[in-house]
Ligand binder design. Sequence first.
Ligand code: RIB
Length: 298
Amino acid sequence: MRVLNFGSLNIDYTYTLDHIVAPGETITSQKLEVFPGGKGLNQSVALARAGAPVCHAGQVGPDGEMLLQVCRESGVDVSRVRTVQTRTGNAIIQVSAKGQNSIVLYPGANREQTREQIDQVLADFGPGDLVLLQNEINLVDYIIQEAARRGMTIALNPSPFDERMLACDLGLVDLFLLNEVEGAQITGRQDPEEILAEMAARFPKAQVVLTLGKAGVCWQKGGERLRHGIYRVPVVDTTAAGDTFTGFFLGSLLRQLPVAEALRVASVASSLAVSRKGASSSIPTWEEVQQAKLELQS
Ligand code: RIB
């Protein structure tokens, strides 16, 4: 199975601060670093580092070459990424001393995709291929509809969630990867048990992976449920932890690992990402994940 990840590519401007700036407050950052990022790019890099054959589709501006270089170095096929005249998407990321973050996105080229370009990319894919989507590009609803028409398996990480997600035919999605906030936004429920029950009722054939922060992760399909906890690591920067989880979970399934093992591998990988600075720069390799000796948090 080949993976086509239709997603964003961002230049992340990461500011290290004592705390996240409050409304009306001005604070001086201790450090500014520039990292490759974007939920799309991060998930492609994570998939590739997990050993999956991944083709990334999307758009960058003339300033986006360094993002393509990072993808290539990780083994991502970027032949379907177009360079357009609009500037590359970027993110202003504040990272506090506690490792928490706050992100402002400027979509740039990510939101200027056309139906013609999407049709061209999808023409090379079909049954047996998987398309992975997040919500940082435009026309996600169209990609879902066309990918389903071509018989592709559809995995959706509806992040960052907004009303454009509700315009999508979510009934066509085979695998949801979402956190509690996104789960609440889709289902209108707050409690994780209720979110899972509502997802099962509305999307009975779909797999659901619900990440629950410190409470770990829960997977469900039909009546079956599995859980996994989180590992004890020093929290340096949580940016791209969810993207790392997504890439390693899907990568493990593509290696035909059982779901319980895929949850373990993805949890180790995202814990390692949390213990390092940056977005895609923090994503471990498959070997690092296999060699990691981490302790589960009780
Ligand atoms: O998930 C982390 C990513 O969100 C960052 O890399 C940033 O670009 C934003 O898209």
